[in-house]
Design a protein around this ligand. Structure first.
Ligand SMILES: [Zn+2]
Length: 274
């Protein structure tokens, strides 16, 4: 009995350190930028199920956001000169999808539409037959993400025509930029921006660093390419959009976590130090 109590207390303590619910909430007028990848059911035994948020989870999350007064905005609107100069009093939430998975159209779009939500899509230019997992870690060679269907250009056009999506840059090949020379980095950022703008006839106004790997050179290149700002994979909620606009934090939404963790993420960015 005593062991059970000690064990429970210990678990609660570890849980509270990992998810610091007791910390004060980040002011609600600071925009939350949510990071999603796929909207689909988990695959039994798969490595990347954290990236798979089920349609039911997304439905529940958006319903909760709407019920609690969060307004959905494109990141480019949040970073526009006027918005940064005169931060509003409303609660703003930016939804982002990385990479360009086909389920963003087939599963996410109807849910976004039902809740009046919009999202920024960070599209890899050469996303087909591209196993980018191995570029970060060589032993991630199961081809799991490479097998996931990606959006065709026609499907991207459908997403854009819906009015629910804006397009952002995510490089040409989803390379690990720490392994690239400066000229290749520039080409990955600049050429994919102009190629996608030409192909889809819309401006790419914000950028997401592939794997969240970047350094000061990449920041300079993204700025120079004419982007308004960029998102990272650093967890949290940025405090100052002006000074942090090229290194914005995001709240990672994981398919492996429940609604309570999602709400904690909205409150404080979660996993602040453990
Ligand atoms: Zn990515």
């Amino acid at each position: 009995m005593t062991i059970a109590i000690v064990f429970t207390v210990l678990l609660a303590l570890i849980g509270s350190l990992r998810y610091p619910w007791w910390k004060p909430a980040v002011p609600i007028t600071l925009p939350r930028i949510l990071m999603y990848h796929m909207i689909c059911e988990p695959v039994p035994g798969a490595r990347f199920n954290g990236l798979r948020v089920s349609p039911q989870q997304l439905e529940r999350q958006l319903a909760w956001l709407r019920r609690h007064g969060w307004q959905f905005r494109f990141l480019s609107d949040v970073l526009s000169a006027d918005a940064v100069r005169q931060p509003g009093s409303e609660k703003v939430c930016v939804i982002t999808f990385d990479d360009g998975y086909a389920d963003n159209l087939h599963s996410a779009l109807p849910i976004l539409q039902r809740h009046g939500a919009v999202a920024t899509l960070y599209l890899v230019q050469h996303r087909h037959d591209n196993d980018w997992s191995v570029k970060k870690k060589q032993h991630h060679d199961e081809g799991e993400l490479a097998r996931e269907p990606k959006l065709t250009d026609a499907e991207v056009e459908t997403l854009l025509a819906s009015g629910c999506f804006e397009l952002g840059g995510h490089s040409a090949t989803h390379a690990d930029f720490s392994k690239l020379d400066p000229a290749t980095r520039r080409a990955e950022i600049v050429e994919s921006k102009s190629a996608l703008e030409r192909r889809f006839g819309v401006p790419l106004q914000t950028y997401a660093y592939p794997f969240g790997i970047y350094d000061s050179l990449d920041v300079a290149l993204v700025r120079e390419a004419g982007f308004l700002g960029a998102v990272t994979t650093r967890p949290g909620i940025s405090r100052d959009l002006q000074t942090e606009r090229f290194e914005l934090k995001r709240v990672k939404v994981s398919g492996k976590k429940g609604q309570l963790i999602f709400r904690l993420g909205m409150r404080m960015g979660w996993r602040t130090w453990v």
